[in-house]
Design a protein around this ligand. Structure first.
Ligand SMILES: [Zn+2]
Length: 312
């Protein structure tokens, strides 16, 4: 068991290294206009929509993105816990905010880092904006039967490093389920992915999405294990926690996306070939806020609210 966990870590480390180095090289010569982020204070005092809040991070360096999350929570008077980590693989800071009461925990995750050379708007500033909006919405009437934990992780792009550190120190037995928000700013249908089998939590997610009028295989998709992509939920899944990716995709691209993500060769060559939306900007200098769709963010928010109501 120990050995297989160590091997799992090595694989994720190598994958993180490849992610970072490849993006550095490929984004170095890009001609996309550089995103100049607005002053942080302006964003903190500004709007509360997920799109407005995504500007806390978009176009900033990873240390600045990390600091921006803490500054925002501080400024809004939202109590949060710090989870710093440092290892030979890298260092960073996760932040968590708990809402509600109950013995079970629903964990919603969004990473705050980006790959080098990318403004990181859809990956993953949009998701952070969604969770920050959601937590303020729910703060006035927190759930009483389940605790919600909002986790903002560092170094996802380095093989889920922040999430792996968090998972190592967490009480995983109390987790009812984990959703990791990734690429939530473009598209009109919800994808729940990396599903390997039916679980009670998956049943709740399906009921929630059905309940708000989304239709299976049309406006939401439950998808199996995706070979070349991943997100922070993979730090929890090996321990047997029901943990899935949560992403928005354009339904018009459903077939092209399916072919793309389920073909390991195409996915591996993703930097070189023409890719379907939203992978056309993924990990590139073109992943700017101008590509984000307010309707996609609103759909993600509505879906998450429904899941919370179903679990609570
Ligand atoms: Zn990401």
């Amino acid at each position: 068991m120990r050995r297989s966990i160590a091997l799992h870590d090595v694989v994720l480390y190598l994958r993180g290294q490849l992610n970072t180095r490849l993006s550095q090289v490929l984004n170095a010569g890009t001609r996309a206009p550089r995103v100049v982020p607005p002053p942080l204070g302006e964003v903190i005092r500004g709007g509360r929509t997920p799109l407005a809040l995504s500007r806390l991070l978009e176009g900033r360096s990873n240390p600045d993105r990390e600091a921006a999350v803490a500054s925002y929570l501080d400024a809004r008077g939202i109590p949060f816990a710090l989870h710093p980590f440092a290892s030979s693989e890298g260092a960073g800071q996760n932040f968590s905010v708990d809402l509600g009461s109950g013995s079970r925990v629903l964990l919603l995750v969004a990473h705050h880092d980006a790959v080098p050379g990318s403004p990181g708007a859809n990956d993953n500033a949009a998701a952070v904006g969604i969770l920050l909006n959601l937590l303020e919405r729910l703060a006035t009437a927190p759930p009483s039967k389940v605790r919600l934990r909002f986790l903002f992780t560092a170094a996802e792009e380095r093989g889920y490093l922040g999430a792996r550190h968090y998972a190592r120190g967490a009480n995983l037995a109390e987790l009812a389920g984990v959703l990791s928000l990734e690429l939530c700013g473009i598209g009109d249908s919800v994808a729940i992915w990396d599903v390997s089998d039916e679980t009670p939590f998956l049943g709740q997610v399906r009921r929630a999405l059905d309940g708000i009028g989304l239709r299976s295989d049309e406006s939401y998709h439950v998808v199996g294990r995706i070979p070349m992509f991943g997100s922070d939920h993979r730090a929890f899944a090996p321990a047997g926690v029901p943990a899935y990716g949560f992403t928005l995709v354009p339904s018009a691209q459903a077939e092209a996306l399916r072919q793309f993500v389920f073909s390991p060769v195409r996915s591996a060559l993703r930097h070189l070939i023409r890719r379907p939306v939203p992978f056309d900007t993924y990990h590139t200098a073109r992943d700017s806020g101008s590509t984000l769709e307010p309707a996609a963010l609103a759909t993600a928010l509505r879906a998450l609210e429904a899941v919370i109501a179903e679990v609570a």
